[in-house]
Design a protein around this ligand. Structure first.
Ligand code: PLP
Length: 404
């Protein structure tokens, strides 16, 4: 008789965005005349930049020509893309990362979910609270936690690092020593960023504790302030303690194309065993490579034209972010984020719960956001709005909220 992975049964309810989708669909079905504006899920809305479209067209032509056809991609990614990443994302920023430490994938969600496979099941995990739920759920599935406690809305055995207004939404070093620390900056969902000095403290701590930091930098393109690091490898000593995850989704609009990468420095070891070789083994065994045409599109992200066009796209979203931030602030809301990230994190008014405010906004302003409590207990009483909508919809949504 087969047995299931019972760890899956520890996971409460469905995925946050399924719950939101269900509520919004039910409201839309009952109110077909209403124009609902969605500033909930972190999906982009601007079309792919011309440099990327051109690269896709060229690569598609190649695939139709026997002389240039490409079959299986190399497991770890094409050299042309890994070299571009190593040069522009890392060497140009003074980070010592080489192309052979970069593993191309279909995005940061799979990498952030899969990376835990190379670690022992008895590792102690630390996550921010609130948090991008994938880090937690994938460790639950792998059996690294106890049961879910409905009263505290946390999993037993997991270390939660509260990120609240009191600490400026920056996690503090936990009292209990973790083995694996997930950090995401600029942060989803709070939109908070970390200074280089504070990130250096985490790197120093991880090296001293023998812990690994899994650093999710999916939103680095949105950094606007100078003392905010774009990569954890800007910190000294990070090569011995940090894995970095990156995505093409938010900086280049690849949410539907799918492309990302993980960096595992060769010095990151436990005893004689390098995590680089374990991740290479895992990637080579379970993954057959991102499509050639998508990797060519990824290469175009690093071309002069691509970089210039994408700067404009990021600026477009950040203009939305500042419209939301300023608009809600002037209406008396307590807001943060939106400066180095496309997310605005706002305190719900009058002590409403996150879900009450979700319902209130949906029903009165026909605006969809994301309840902060869906990201962890310390998200309760908060609400996330994204800057990824069109400018026109963003303006209309903010004006509707202001008019409430
Ligand atoms: N990491 C964070 C923090 C995210 O917010 C998201 C998507 O919203 C991802 C990773 C997923 O990125 P990708 O589209 O590359 O899978």
């Amino acid at each position: 008789m087969f047995k299931i992975n019972e760890n899956y049964l520890k996971l409460p309810g469905s995925y946050l965005f399924s719950d939101i989708g269900r509520k919004v669909n039910a409201y839309a079905a009952e109110n077909p005349d209403k124009k609902i504006i969605r500033l909930g899920i972190g999906d982009v809305t601007q079309p792919l930049a011309p440099a990327i479209i051109n690269a896709l067209h060229d690569a598609v032509e190649e695939m139709g020509n026997a002389a240039y056809f490409h079959g299986y991609a190399p497991d770890l990614g094409y050299e042309f893309l890994r070299n571009a990443i190593a040069d522009i994302d890392y060497k140009n920023r003074g980070c010592d990362i080489s192309a052979d430490e970069i593993f191309i994938s279909d995005g940061a969600k799979s990498d952030s979910g899969n990376i835990q496979e190379i670690f022992s099941s008895d590792n102690k995990i630390a996550v921010c609270d609130p948090v991008y739920p994938v880090y937690v759920d994938t460790n639950v599935m792998a059996g690294r936690t106890g049961a879910y406690d409905t009263a505290s809305e946390t999993f037993q055995g997991m270390i939660y690092m509260p990120c609240t207004a009191d600490n400026n939404f920056a996690p503090e070093i936990p009292r209990e020593t973790p083995d694996i620390i997930y950090l995401c900056f600029p942060n989803n969902p709070t939109g908070a960023a970390i200074t280089k000095r504070n990130l250096q403290d985490w790197v120093d701590y991880a090296n001293q504790a023998g812990a690994v930091i899994i650093y999710d930098a999916a939103y680095e393109a949105y950094i606007s302030e100078t003392d905010i690091p774009h990569s954890i490898y800007e910190c000294e000593g990070s090569r011995t303690c940090a894995i970095e995850l990156r995505s093409f989704s938010k900086n280049a609009g690849f949410t539907g194309l799918r492309l990302g990468f993980t960096v595992v420095p060769r010095e990151l070891k436990t005893g004689d065993v390098s995590l680089h070789s374990l991740w290479a083994r895992r990637h080579g065994t379970k993954y057959n490579g991102a499509p050639y045409i998508v990797q060519r599109a990824g290469e175009a992200v690093y071309s002069d034209k691509g970089r210039q066009q994408l700067k404009g796209q990021v600026a477009y979203y950040m203009n939305n972010a500042s419209y939301i931030y300023e608009g809600l602030k002037s209406a008396g809301y307590t807001v943060s984020g939106g400066v180095n990230a496309p997310y605005i994190w706002l305190k719900t008014p009058k002590g409403m719960t996150s879900w009450d405010f979700f319902d209130h906004l949906l029903h009165t302003a026909n605006v969809v956001g994301t309840p902060g409590s869906g990201f962890g207990p310390n998200g309760e009483g908060y609400f996330r709005l994204t800057a990824f909508g069109s400018y026109e919809n963003t303006v209309e949504a903010v004006d509707r909220i202001k008019a409430l």
